[in-house]
Ligand binder design. Structure first.
Ligand code: NDP
Length: 486
């Protein structure tokens, strides 16, 4: 559906200015109203080539700067973005659907991540090993990879971009980013603001378009040395295969189905709040989210009742309407996917305690809304247990003890996040050691810290983002030996 004016957008930002893509126009839809409000031509393989070319040219000068100078330039550019948050927040809400509050949280975090790596720029140190042999020393050099392709999904377009952009740029690489075809606008403006804030032309470029055309062209491009990807596991697997020729480096941040374990000695009110917040924020469209709850039998009734009550109380509404706590799903297809997973689960058992379909409010009919949904005790082999549910639907199971909870938690192809709720330190430690996941929160949930490395185990990904470890994935090291062997 389209009403009102449809904005025409050039579709790319290359070498410090707008660039008109040559591909077919892709619609940008407001998920809260179903209205198409912009059309953006997709980048063809030729447009991608232009962007990679610009990034490669800019890389010569950028990589030669002192690392502290790169940090200084990026910091000034990030402050310029920060000064324009009031403009970016409604734009992100309009194209993504999330509430204005969540858009501000996301954009603030994106700038924070840039500033985190700006801070690290002055602390980078290398290794020096004296005495390898008599009179022989070794050092380890770090060199940027070159042009990095960053491919990002629609659920957090700016934070997921900055997780890649910040370490890549500080390490001396240049970047060509491809946002999701459905969320191009905030990323284009973000890029333009960084350029206005002093980031040199060509250091950061954006090409918008579909994954199949623009994304594939970026992954296949011979001068792109690394693909930093966040998205679904099936697409991550395709990208790993496409990147194999030439040994292109990859980091893959993929899907998750994070378990939450609630023990009988936990603060049950806090745990119930966390289950609700951790499942329903961003309308459940988060990689790190509470997606399966396992609660000890003796306290299960109390927890299940509390979570269902919270789900029913959540105010679902358009992202730009004051008071909305949960916005719509991002697309109609995404809503169908979640509705299908819930329906196929309930066919096999489980008790529906909240939601289970679109909300009844007629004002929300045109948008892609789905009510916060809670299902208790479905079988363990249904879609809500075995697949990633990327929407506001939470299954809860009763378990006998910690051993059963951990076994159930690990019986998933995914290994992204996890949380354990207990007052017993020994239990917490045991769970943290045995759960197969890249993150375990004890008595807290889902918050990612720039200070700590983050990356999924098993089908949830490969490589790390965040932490100083991220630099390892944007540099090559070289061992150099200074010696006098005869
Ligand atoms: P997709 O994998 O479908 O898309 C992600 C990005 O890849 C989009 O920009 C998409 O473009 C692009 N793309 C799709 N196909 C290709 C291809 N063949 N070659 C190159 N690029 C391609 O993921 P979703 O959009 O469904 O995003 C949600 C997923 O992301 C969930 O599984 C979620 O768990 C995961 N995620 C993981 C995170 C983590 O850190 N581990 C964080 C956040 C989300 P387009 O959309 O235009 O087709």
């Amino acid at each position: 559906m389209s009403t009102g004016t449809i904005a025409a957008v050039a579709g790319a930002f290359i070498d410090g200015r707008e660039h008109a893509n040559g591909g077919d126009p892709l619609p940008v839809t407001n998920p809260g109203t179903g209205e198409v409000f912009a059309e953006v031509p997709g980048a063809t393989a030729r447009d991608v080539d232009t962007a990679v070319d610009a990034a490669a040219r800019a890389g010569a000068e950028w990589s030669a700067l002192a690392v502290s100078k790169r940090g200084e330039i990026l910091g000034a550019a990030a402050h310029h973005v920060e000064a324009h948050l009031d403009e970016l927040v409604p734009l992100l809400t309009r194209e993504q659907g999330k509430t204005l509050r969540d858009s501000r949280i996301e954009l603030t975090k994106a700038v924070d991540t840039l500033m985190h790596y700006v801070g690290l720029a002055k602390t980078l140190r290398g290794a020096h090993t004296p005495g390898l042999d008599p009179g022989v020393d070794g050092i380890v050099l770090r060199r940027p990879l070159g042009v990095v392709g960053a491919i990002v999904p629609w659920n957090f377009p700016t934070t997921l971009l900055c997780n890649k952009l910040a370490p890549a740029l500080v390490a001396g690489n240049t970047v060509v980013a491809k946002p999701a075809g459905t969320t191009p606008l905030t990323t284009l403006r973000f890029c333009e603001l960084l350029a206005e804030g002093g980031l040199p032309a060509g250091v950061f470029n954006v090409v918008t378009g579909s994954g199949s055309v623009t994304g594939t062209a970026l992954v296949r491009h011979p001068r792109v040395r690394k693909i930093a990807f966040t998205g679904s596991t099936p697409v991550g697997e395709q990208i790993m295969a496409l990147a194999a020729p030439g040994m292109k480096r990859v980091t893959l941040e993929l899907g998750g189905s994070d378990p939450m374990i609630i023990c009988d000695d936990a603060d049950l009110d806090a745990a119930a709040s966390a289950a609700s917040m951790g499942r329903f924020y961003n309308c459940g469209q988060a990689c790190l989210a509470i997606k399966r709850v396992y609660v000890f039998e003796s306290v299960a009734d109390q927890v299940i009742e509390a979570v269902a009550a919270k789900a029913k109380r959540l105010k679902v509404g358009r992202g730009d309407v004051k008071g909305s706590q949960m916005g719509p799903l991002h697309t109609a297809a995404q809503r169908e996917e979640v509705a299908g997973q819930v329906a196929r689960t309930l066919e096999h058992g489980g008790t529906l305690l909240a939601g289970g379909g679109p909300p009844e409010d007629p004002e929300l009919e045109a948008g892609f809304f789905y009510a916060p949904t809670v299902v208790a005790d479905p079988p363990h082999d249904v879609p809500m247990a075995t697949e990633e549910v990327f929407g506001p639907a939470l299954p809860i199971w009763r378990v006998a003890d910690l051993d059963e909870a951990i076994a159930r938690a690990n019986a998933s192809p995914f290994g992204l996040g996890s949380s354990v709720w207990t007052r017993d330190l020994a239990r917490a430690r045991q769970a943290a050691e045995r759960i197969e996941a890249g993150y375990t929160w004890i008595n807290s949930r889902t918050k990612v810290y720039d200070e700590l490395p983050f990356g999924g185990w098993k089908s949830s990904g490969y490589g790390k983002e965040h932490g100083s470890e991220a630099f390892d994935y944007y540099t090559e090291t070289k061992s150099v030996v200074f010696g006098s062997q005869s």
